[in-house]
Design a protein around this ligand. Structure first.
Ligand SMILES: [Zn+2]
Length: 319
């Protein structure tokens, strides 16, 4: 497979940062607060998580609103939100608060299969990609499998307002659906990672279909919603995989361009760096698996992301 990053990404419809959005809020803030607004525009569409407490009869959620709504937020409200973010960062022992993502792009980017990742007849099948074409300085966090169910992780992500997406395998999830229901209630999209995490290219079309469509049914049955995104276990797939996935409602197949571990990041690209729109893979794993808790993992991956000047955006806003 060709692993050289496509220099020219097609269809850069991603919304740009607007000049001035940072200065407006900066006026009343200390140098520290201004610095914390960061480089991801600071136009704070608070995607995901719990909104800040209501202030003056008008909730911070109403200010942040849907994508772009925050642009009209009063500087005082933005300062309040920033203070809350700094407090959350301190509580969860992050060196710096996460940068806020710019508003969701309108229209959404046009997603196509990465060069070298096509199968026979791919034009009629769901696109397979490792990054989202955008110029926004954002990356996307995805958590796979579902083995570790750490309540602290749910709390941490909610309080820090870090959006993420889950790709679940039922054999690991079924002993505690309630945990993932709570995740879903916090705004996280639960996607398909197959029933039993098999190496799919070794299976017949029918068996692959049972693995993928069976997980569609399991998620619909337990969480009330049918996924539209599927990630094959280990990132391995063939034409049958994509045909089977399409047949049960899958629209996109997001892979990843970087993989986060508790103490390092593995990069797919030759430059060993993050790029706008990169999808980051990591896992629901805890101390038994890799000697670190999920909050420790999040601290490490967020340090890398924030130090490089990226905000974490919600993948579904771009799909
Ligand atoms: Zn997996």
């Amino acid at each position: 497979m060709q692993l050289v990053r496509q220099k020219e990404q097609k269809a850069l419809h991603g919304r740009r940062c607007t000049a001035g959005s940072r200065g407006r809020a900066g006026v009343a803030l200390s140098a520290l607060l201004v610095a914390a607004l960061g480089t991801a525009c600071g136009t704070s569409a608070d995607s995901g998580g719990t909104p800040a407490p209501p202030k003056g009869g008008k909730s911070a959620e109403a200010d942040a609103g849907t994508a772009g709504g925050a642009a009209g937020a009063a500087p005082a409200d933005r300062a309040e939100r920033l203070k809350a973010r700094l407090a959350a960062a301190k509580k969860w022992k992050l060196d710096k608060p996460p940068l806020e993502a710019p508003p969701a792009p309108k229209p959404k980017p046009e997603i196509s299969t990465r060069d070298g990742f096509e199968v026979e007849g791919h034009e009629d099948l769901p696109p397979v990609f490792t990054a989202i074409p955008t110029e926004d300085k954002v990356v996307f966090l995805t958590f796979d499998d579902g083995a570790e169910k750490d309540p602290e992780f749910l709390k941490m992500m909610k309080e820090l307002k870090i959006p993420y997406t889950a790709f679940l395998s039922d054999y690991l999830v079924r002993d505690n659906y309630a945990y993932f229901k709570e995740m879903q209630a916090a705004g996280v999209t639960l996607n398909n990672h197959s029933l039993n995490h098999r190496y799919l290219p070794a299976l017949s079309y029918d068996k692959q279909r049972a693995e993928i469509c069976g997980q569609q049914d399991a998620i619909q049955r337990n969480f009330g919603k049918r996924p539209t995104a599927f990630r094959p276990p280990y990132g391995n797939y063939n034409e049958d995989t994509l045909r089977a996935a399409k047949s049960c409602g899958i629209k996109t197949v997001p892979l990843w361009s970087a993989e986060a571990f508790p103490n390092r990041m593995d990069y797919r690209e030759w430059d060993r760096d993050l790029h706008p729109g990169d999808i980051i893979l990591t896992h629901f794993r805890g101390r038994e698996d890799w000697g670190s808790s999920m909050p420790e993992l999040v601290r490490h991956v967020m340090k890398t992301i924030t130090d490089k000047g990226y905000a974490v955006a919600r993948l579904e806003d771009y799909l």
